[in-house]
Design a protein around this ligand. Structure first.
Ligand code: GLC
Length: 477
């Protein structure tokens, strides 16, 4: 089986979120099962020297976008059994940020067109082209066009939705002038009067997947579908939900070089030193109390409005402390900064995106708050478990599929790996957080929960098999 992955970010080269984690970990998991896997992303300035030094330049060609002919350099390196390709064009990718630029439509249309050109240039015609999120979705439409002209007949397309909140909407004028497409493709891409790249990916792909079974059902409803639910209902025959894993080598408290003291499920005692180190780094007094954490993009669909309402009550009634890590909406950034000013010996707001710091927080915190209103999969809750930090999550999307409420069994013993609540209600968050904190004050039971969390299997093994089955199904379709 030959597979080409395409997406806007890949760990460890350049990433800002969960998408990068998945695209960094799933290809090696598939390669270790014997597949010929390659993956492609833009060569942003954020891709560091240590990787550029390892790259080989394979080719140089031009990519057409309507009337534009743009330079494209193709670089590659091998790592973990996978060939990683990088699309170079400094005009598009030598920017400070990966996205959020005024011309993202053009930057990713170029990327999508370059993915098609890459296959022609390298002669790598995969059985499956696996595209991720709106930034790569246009490649599904370009592939379709190639097929109508008799090319790529052996290549099927799988499109994965990592988050339906971000769809890539553009003015209809760009169809011909930028994307270089005609009326027929216009029908595939148009949705509610605009061009919608995610809709195009859904319509053009042979199979669609999303990152948890629960989310795959939720996006069929108006509440979660963000306007795309009608087209997803029509396409539900080709939609699957496959729960993400995490990179269990990268996120491993036994080996993680970023944390103060290493520890394991058999002997988690090092976690105490990690907490002390985190408090020191955050400038919080080292007290014997539960340390809460929020590690999240500061966006409203992450349910942080619930945290805004409940957090003072939680901190006061548990005698707890809080560290916040993440960037995002100004109102939320301001709230956590002002909470820090209000409770300087209890709260520290770190309004940055910092992966190593995030791992020191997973290791040093006791309880992770994740009250998401919607959560396609969520990785933080799994990473928290791996580091023995109790996730307090709302039962939605992948949170519902990965975290089970800790409870005492009638026949004796316990089960579960976190605390969960059902409705997006600050009171429910408060009681779940309070439950996790009460347990923190019962060290014997806490040790049992820590063991249960740290030994939950969040590896890619199961999901990689499910993706292979999906590829086989697509290839046979
Ligand atoms: C997006 C989603 C997140 C998911 C990640 C990886 O960032 O918001 O829930 O875990 O993609 O699939």
């Amino acid at each position: 089986m030959r597979i080409l992955f395409a997406g806007a970010e890949i760990m460890p080269f350049a990433a800002t979120g969960g998408l990068g984690d998945v695209l960094g970990a799933l290809p090696p998991a598939l390669a270790s099962r014997g597949a010929d896997v390659r993956a492609v992303m833009p060569l942003y300035s954020a891709v560091g020297r240590e990787w550029r030094d390892k790259m080989k330049k394979l080719a140089e060609f031009t990519v057409r976008l309507s009337w534009r002919n743009q330079y494209c350099g193709l670089y590659s390196l091998k790592r973990k059994g996978v060939t990683w390709y990088f699309i170079d064009n400094e005009y598009y990718y030598a920017r400070e940020r990966l996205y959020g630029e005024y011309d993202d439509g053009e930057r990713f249309a170029f990327f999508s067109a370059a993915v098609i050109e890459l296959m022609k240039q390298t002669g790598f015609y995969p059985d499956v082209l696996h595209l991720h999120d709106w930034q790569a979705a246009l490649a599904a439409v370009y592939l379709d066009r190639e097929k109508k002209n008799g090319g790529f007949l052996g290549t099927k397309c799988v499109f994965t939705i990592h988050n339906i909140e971000y769809q890539g909407h553009f003015d209809p004028f760009l169809l011909g002038d930028l994307f270089g497409l005609g009326e027929e493709e216009g029908r595939i891409l148009t949705w509610n009067g605009a061009l919608n790249l995610m809709k195009g990916g859904i319509a053009a792909a042979d199979r669609i997947s999303t990152v948890s079974p629960t989310y795959s059902r939720q996006i069929l409803t108006p509440e979660f579908g963000k306007g795309l639910d009608p087209i997803l209902r029509d396409s539900s025959f080709k939609l699957r939900g496959i729960l993400n894993g995490i990179d269990t080598e990268l996120y491993d408290p036994e080996k993680d070089p970023a944390i103060a003291v290493r520890y394991s499920a058999e002997d988690p005692s090092g976690k105490r030193a990690c907490s002390a180190a985190l408090r020191a780094e955050a400038g919080l007094p080292d007290r014997d109390c539960p340390l809460f954490a929020i590690v999240s993009r500061l966006a409203s669909h992450k349910g942080l409005d619930l945290a805004v309402s409940a957090i003072r009550g939680i901190l006061n009634d548990t005698d707890g402390q809080l560290v916040v890590l993440g960037k995002g909406e100004t109102a939320l950034e301001d709230f956590f900064r002002s909470l820090e000013r209000e409770m300087p010996d209890r709260v520290r707001a770190m309004i940055v995106y910092d992966r190593e710091l995030s791992r020191r927080i997973y290791a040093g915190a006791d309880i992770l708050l994740m009250p998401s209103r919607s959560e396609p999969c969520g990785l933080a809750q799994m990473i928290a478990c791996r580091y023995g930090t109790v996730p307090v999550v709302r039962e939605t999307g992948g949170l519902a599929d990965s975290i089970r409420q800790w409870r005492q069994l009638p026949e004796g013993g316990y089960e579960g790996n976190g605390f969960t609540f059902r409705d997006p209600d600050p009171a429910e968050l408060y009681y779940a957080a309070k439950g996790a904190s009460d347990l923190w004050y019962r060290p014997k039971e806490r040790a049992l929960l820590i063991e249960s969390m740290m030994t939950t299997d969040f590896s890619w093994d199961r999901s990689a098999e499910e993706y292979l089955a999906l590829y086989r199904e697509a290839a046979g379709s």
